[in-house]
Every structure is written in structure tokens, then in C-alpha cells.
Design a protein around this ligand. Structure first.
Ligand SMILES: NC(=O)C1=CN([C@@H]2O[C@H](COP(=O)(O)OP(=O)(O)OC[C@H]3O[C@@H](n4cnc5c(N)ncnc54)[C@H](O)[C@@H]3O)[C@@H](O)[C@H]2O)C=CC1
Ligand SMILES: CC(C)CC(=O)C(=O)O
Ligand SMILES: [Mg+2]
Length: 404
């Protein structure tokens, strides 16, 4: 078994002040002409999806385009239906053409899917099923969800300033296994004639080993601490998880491994989040804990993510959902999606300079006091999704050097 992680990372560098975690993977893109400033071209599949998805994708696309153009990068965008939008249009949540277009792209940027309209659909006709199919179809097993408390947003955190200040953690979530995919699953009847619903949490050695190696590599380049979160006191799948993560630790003597039960981890995240550096966990625990971690940073509207596999395009998306409660009202915070576009450039295309432009622009926009409602605090300027995007564009255009 290979001891090193083989992820499709063209330049594996975490956002903000996090350190590069692995070899630099260069992929120069396609050179259009032999000029002194060759233009690099990438094809990006855009999946706006539902609810606030189209609102945040439209803003992030403009930011991506501008940051790219300042670095001699040209994008061709293919916008494809996905989730509820695809159900309405084609009758399925992930049309074949959407998946094949995404598979051929250099990277995929997703907004969010889901909404009340489709909540009662049968499982195979739910927008969420389309999202699981997309992750499976792109084989993106490693989902990186960085939660960093920016100094500008300490007052937006739901935690006390001294608890939130300086939090900088990375959740490494296994994304294509576990209970969201396990079989058997379904509905049935028990011996008393009652209806039952059931799912299966299942992990193989191979699935655990590969996500563990990704997490150890990341921890090695951060502060050297990896906390594996499981429920090994109860669940067999977690018992194997703990055994394999412990075994893989011998390949990483420089990383300090600890284990924590998920119920305790949920509590520790709000008690003393600074104790965490890198967290590795299964699909469902990672889903839940990253939503919890997002609030430490001020809002779920701030957290980007990168989903990567061993080959093929990465999938980049905010961690939030389609927020039907605020959809169509220009209230969504687009920063999680804009920062996901930065992760796309950095991790997906190896375009660190363009990514840095975006991250700097986000910080500059926050420094200038612009806030959507979810991160608003007294004395700042309240703006909507579109205006926030316009302010970020201004900052991309006239960068103000900011230490990140
Ligand atoms: N990756 C995806 O596409 C995901 C989709 N979903 C789907 O989204 C739908 C809504 O799910 P919820 O549980 O309500 O989770 P949600 O993340 O959509 O919303 C939770 C709360 O956070 C707020 N929020 C979320 N994103 C925000 C943003 N960018 N700016 C400001 N506020 C924001 C919402 O207004 C809401 O009050 C469901 O259909 C669900 O299945 C949920 C999670 C992930
Ligand atoms: C909508 C689900 C399929 C997943 C989810 O909540 C997430 O990935 O954050
Ligand atoms: Mg979620």
C-alpha cells in the first residue's frame, strides 16, 4: 500500500495563513499562443442549483473571472442544471449530461441544492440524491472544510471573543462512504408490523486509510495535530475507523494523533475550539461538526470547501445549503462561495496567485466594513449579496496588500 497520499491537488495550499501541505502540483493549463504573456485556459462547470445557489454562484463567477484575467487566465464556463432545478427541467436531480460535463471540466463550482418544493419527493428524486451522485461520480472522497476566525469577524462569532479569537481548524471529512452511501438502506416493516426506515454505516479499510493519509498530510503541514473523531464506543464502523487511523499514524511520527468521541467533540468545539488543529472524521460526523464549526467563524455563509479525489476535477462548494428561507431576497452571504472559488484556483488548478487575489479581496472588503446580514455587527455597512460581490470585485481590481 502506498504510504503517500495521492490526491489530485495541483497546489495543495490551505486558505489564509495555513501552510502548504504537500508537494506542489503544477498544471499550467492550455497555452493559447506563444506570446510573452501566455493565456492559460480552463473549463469550469458551474452548477448553481437551487435557492440561494444561483445568487452566490453569479457573484462568485464574476470574482473568479476578474481574478483570473489579472493573472492571464481565461475560463470557459459551462452552466448545467443540478438538484431541484434539474428535476424541474429533466425529471432527475443529476442529468447524465451534467455529470459528464463536470467530469470533463478542469474544476466544478457548485452553489447549493434543495428546497421545500422537492422535500417530499421519493429518495431517488430528491435534489440531495443528485448531490451524492455527483460526489460519487467525481470520486471526490476528501472534503476539506477550513474554519478560520478572521480578526475582522471576531465580533460576529456566537462565542465569546476570547474563545473564538485565533481559531484556525480544518475538518477533513470522508465524503463518498459511510451512512450516506451504505447498503442496505430503505423502508420496511418490523416483526410488529410497524414501518421502519434503515441505513447502514459501512467503511472499508481502503476508505479509512486513504482519508486518514490525506488528514495526516494536512496536519503535518499545519500544526502537527490530528484529532480523529468517531463513535468507537458504540459503532463497529467507528471501531475499524479508530484501528486503521491508529495504524496509519505509524507512517506519520511527526504528527500527534488523538481520538475523540463525536459527542465530546461537538461539546469541545464550543467549549475550547482552539484545541483543534486538524480533525478527520466520517461523512455524517464531518457534515454536522463543520456546520457547528462555521458558527465559530461568524456564519455558515463564510465557510468554503474543496472536495478532491485521486484524479479528475475537484468539486468546490460552500458548506451551506440552499437557504430557502432567504432565497430570492438578495440576503445571502456570497463569501463562502467566493472563497470556494479561491480554493478552486489554489487546490484545483494550482493558480495560487489568482487565489490569493480573491482571499486578499475578501479580507479587504471586510476591512472596509461591508457585511451581509448574517455577519453584521454595529458600525458596519449592511449590504446584500450583489453589493457584497461588487465590493469584492472592487478589491480584486485594486488590491490593497493585506497580510493573510
Ligand atoms: N451542499 C448543499 O447543497 C446542501 C444542501 N442542503 C439543502 O438545503 C436546504 C436547506 O437546508 P437547511 O438545513 O436550511 O440548511 P442551510 O445551510 O441551507 O440554511 C441554514 C441556515 O443558514 C442560513 N444560511 C445558509 N447559507 C447562508 C448564506 N450564504 N448567507 C446567509 N445565511 C445563510 C439559512 O438562511 C438558514 O437560516 C435543504 O433542502 C437541504 O437539504 C443542505 C446542506 C448542504
Ligand atoms: C445535502 C447533503 C447531501 C449533504 C450536506 O449537508 C453537506 O454536504 O453539507
Ligand atoms: Mg451539510
Amino acid at each position: 500500500m502506498a504510504a503517500s497520499v495521492q490526491l489530485n491537488l495541483r497546489s495543495f495550499k490551505a486558505p489564509f495563513n495555513l501552510k502548504p501541505i504537500a508537494k506542489q502540483f503544477s498544471r499550467p493549463g492550455r497555452i493559447r499562443c506563444a506570446a510573452t504573456t501566455p493565456t492559460k485556459r480552463y473549463s469550469i462547470t458551474l452548477l448553481p442549483g437551487d435557492g440561494i445557489g444561483p445568487e452566490v454562484i453569479s457573484v462568485a463567477k464574476n470574482v473568479l473571472k476578474l481574478a483570473g484575467s489579472l493573472e492571464e487566465i481565461e475560463f470557459s464556463f459551462q452552466e448545467m442544471p443540478m438538484g431541484g432545478a434539474a428535476l424541474d427541467l429533466t425529471g432527475v436531480p443529476l442529468p447524465e449530461e451534467t455529470l459528464s460535463t463536470a467530469q470533463r471540466a478542469d474544476a466544478v463550482l457548485l452553489g447549493a441544492i434543495g428546497g421545500y418544493k422537492w422535500d417530499k419527493n421519493e429518495k431517488h428524486l430528491k435534489p440531495e440524491t443528485g448531490l451524492l451522485q455527483l460526489r460519487e461520480g467525481l470520486k471526490v472522497f476528501a472534503n476539506l472544510r477550513p474554519a478560520t476566525v478572521l480578526p475582522q469577524l471576531v465580533d460576529s462569532s456566537t462565542l465569546k471573543k476570547d474563545v473564538a479569537e485565533g481559531v484556525d481548524l480544518m475538518v477533513v471529512r470522508e465524503l463518498t462512504g459511510g451512512i450516506y452511501f451504505g447498503k442496505p438502506r430503505g423502508f420496511g416493516t418490523n416483526e410488529k408490523g410497524e414501518d421502519i426506515g434503515f441505513n447502514t454505516e459501512v467503511y472499508s479499510t481502503h476508505e479509512i486509510d486513504r482519508i486518514a493519509r490525506v488528514a495526516f498530510e494536512i496536519a503535518r503541514k499545519r500544526r502537527g495535530q490530528l484529532c480523529s473523531v468517531d463513535k468507537a464506543n458504540v459503532l463497529e464502523a467507528s471501531m475499524l475507523w479508530r484501528k486503521r487511523v491508529t495504524a496509519i499514524a505509524s507512517e506519520y511520527p511527526d504528527v500527534e494523533l488523538s481520538h475523540m468521541y463525536v459527542d465530546n467533540a461537538a461539546m469541545q468545539l464550543v467549549r475550547y475550539p482552539k484545541q483543534f488543529d486538524t480533525i478527520v472524521t466520517n461523512n455524517i460526523f464531518g457534515d454536522i461538526l463543520s456546520d457547528e464549526a462555521s458558527m465559530i467563524t461568524g456564519s455558515i455563509g463564510m465557510l468554503p470547501s474543496a472536495s478532491l479525489g485521486e484524479s479528475g476535477p475537484g468539486l468546490f462548494e460552500p458548506i451551506h445549503g440552499s437557504a430557502p428561507d432567504i432565497a430570492g431576497q438578495d440576503k445571502a452571504n456570497p463569501l463562502a462561495t467566493i472563497l470556494s472559488a479561491a480554493m478552486l484556483l489554489k487546490y484545483g488548478l494550482g493558480e495560487a496567485n489568482a487565489a490569493n487575489r480573491i482571499e486578499n479581496a475578501v479580507l479587504d472588503t471586510l476591512n472596509r466594513g461591508f457585511r451581509t446580514g448574517d455577519i453584521y455587527s454595529t458600525g458596519n455597512k449592511l449590504v446584500g449579496c450583489k453589493e457584497m460581490g461588487e465590493e469584492v470585485l472592487k478589491s480584486v481590481d485594486s488590491p490593497v496588500p493585506t497580510a493573510i
